[in-house]
Ligand binder design. Sequence first.
Ligand code: COA
Length: 371
Amino acid sequence: MSDKKTGGLAGVIAGESAICTVGQGSGLNYRGYSIEDLAAHATFEEVAYLLQYGELPNLATLNTYKKKLIAARSLPEKLKTILENIPKTAHPMDVMRTGCSALGTLEPEDDFTTEQDRVIVRLLGIFPSILLYWHHFHNAGVRIDTHSEQDTIAGYFLEKLHNTSPREDQIRCMHVSLILYAEHEFNASTFAARICASTLSDTYSTITTGISVLRGPLHGGANEAAMKLIDSFANEEEATKGVYEMLEKKQLLMGFGHRVYGLGGDPRSPIIKSWSKKLGGDTATFRISETIEAIMKKEKPQLPTNADFFSASAYRFLNIPTDYFTPVFIMSRTTGWAAHVKEQRANNKLIRPSSEYNGPDNREYIALDKR
Ligand code: COA
C-alpha cells in the first residue's frame, strides 16, 4: 500500500454498493438511470426520492415528498439565534456544518431505524434556509421568512437568495446542477459518511461528517477554486499566459482531472457546460473558461474538465456568490450521502481498515527530566 500507485486508496474496491456507477459499465448512473436522462428530464426532487428510496416516485408520491420538503424549510427559533451568532466572516461551509449539527441537538434522532427518513427530508428542506437566513441577517440585517410559492429546492434557493422570482431557465439549470452533484459512489465525503454510519452513529452526525470532508478544495471546494482561477484573468490573452505559467510551475488547475474518470472525461461536464453556455455563452467569463479548457485539452489531455469547472461559470450566471458554491453542493449531495448511510446501515459492518506501519522500531522510554 505504500507505493505511489495505491496512495489515496486509488483503485481500491472498498465495499459494495447498488446506488451509483462511476466510470464503469455504461457511464454515470443513479440506481440504473443514466445521468444524461436524469439531467434532461427529471427534477431534483425526483432524483432525491430515487436516491433515498431506490425507485423513481409516481406523481402522487412525488407530490407528498415535495410537501414534506417544503414543510422542512422552517427554521426553529433557537437555530435562528445560533445563525445570528455565527460571525459574518465565517466560512459558509462552517455555517452549514454548524447548522446541521445544531439541528441535531434541537430535533434529535433517538433511533435511526425509524427516524432516518424524517431527518434526511428535514435536512434537505432546511439547508437552503440555514444558508440564506445567515446570509441575509449578516448582509442586510434581515430575518428572512421561509415561506415561498416555489415548490422545489432549486426555485426556493434562487428566490430566497435574490429576493425575486427566478426565471424558468434559471430554475431548470439549478435542477440540473443539483442532479449532477447528487451522488458519486465512494467519493471522499460519501465514504466518510459511510464510515460514520458504520459506527451506528446518528444521521445528523453522518451528514455533518460529509459536509466536513466536502469542504476541501480537492473535493467540493474545487468549483469555488475554479471560479477564482477564471476570475483571476481579465480576458482570453491573460488566461492563455496565466495557464501556461501555472503548467510550467506544475500548479494544480482546479476543475480538471478526476480520480476515477479516464481520458473519456467526466460525463457531468458537457451537461453543465451546455447550461453555462446557454446562460452566459456571450460573456468574458465563458470565453475565458473555454480558453482554459482548450489549453488543458492540448497540453494535458489526460486531465479533462470535471463537473466542477463549468459548474463554476454556470453558478456565476445564476448570480450565486462564489463562497456559496460548495454549500449548494451540500444541498445536493445530502441525497447521495443519505442513500449511502441507509445502505451501510441496512447491512452494517464497522469500517475499520488497517495501516502498514512504517514508524520507528521499539524505543526505550526516557524519563521526562532526562530528555
Ligand atoms: N492540474 C494540473 N495538474 C494536475 C491536475 C490538475 N487539475 N490534476 C492532476 N494533476 C497532475 C498531478 O500534479 C500529478 O502530476 P505528477 O505525476 O507530476 O505528480 C498527476 O497529474 C496525477 O495527479 P494525482 O493528484 O496523483 O491524481 P489523483 O487521482 O490523486 O487526483 C484529483 C485527482 C481530482 C485530486 C486531481 O486531479 C486534482 O487535484 N484536481 C484538481 C481539483 C479538482 O478539480 N477536484 C474536483 C474533483 S471532482
